[in-house]
Design a protein around this ligand. Sequence first.
Ligand code: NI
Ligand code: MN
Length: 226
Amino acid sequence: MKITFYGQNTLLIEVSGKNILVDPFITGNPLAKDKVVVDEIKADYILLTHAHQDHVLDAEVIAKNNKATIVSNYEIAMYYQSRGIDVHPMNHGGSWSFDFGEVKYVNAVHTSSFADGTYGGQPGGFVLKGADKTIYIAGDTALTMDMKLIPLSFSIDLAILPIGDNFTMGVDDAIIASDFVACNKVLGVHYDTFGYIEIDHDSAKQKFSDKNKDLVLLDIAQSIEI
Ligand code: NI
Ligand code: MN
């Protein structure tokens, strides 16, 4: 499984010959807009954790460019279906076997509305179980006890957690979250994009390493293989 970071919570996951794009927000991201060309992104599926603009801004264009299927909660799926996009609606606690692996939509503590005020259902995260590796994409969330449910069903190889604070967990709570999901390898997301969520990278990495955990921070368009 190869994971490329496009800023904020935008990830391109290559697994079993499919491209899975998560939360595309590129044209509005000052850190990403000159480094990533939206019209060049190849996606078979687009997973949306919630409806906030910093997670869905480029979803419609990329879905239409690629005839991709949007996978999200019921309300978000219906929003895009009404715009002529193929969708797969899910809701919390539900799993589905796609042609690239199993996806479970799991709880997040946050909010979810579109930029125009349209209700975006309840926010969530995803567990993606590929052929060899399983990842947890928390989405925007507070630290929540519900994270403890995840390792009852999955062995997580990489936890993708927000660390920017203010709108989501910060670094200290993300360290606790990594205990809750029983995974010591964390890819940090949702930081530095705006002034509210700027973080000190060295301090964040040190805090993780002090707990014998590994915090990976990628540059825009940089990838890791797990
Ligand atoms: Ni959000
Ligand atoms: Mn966000």
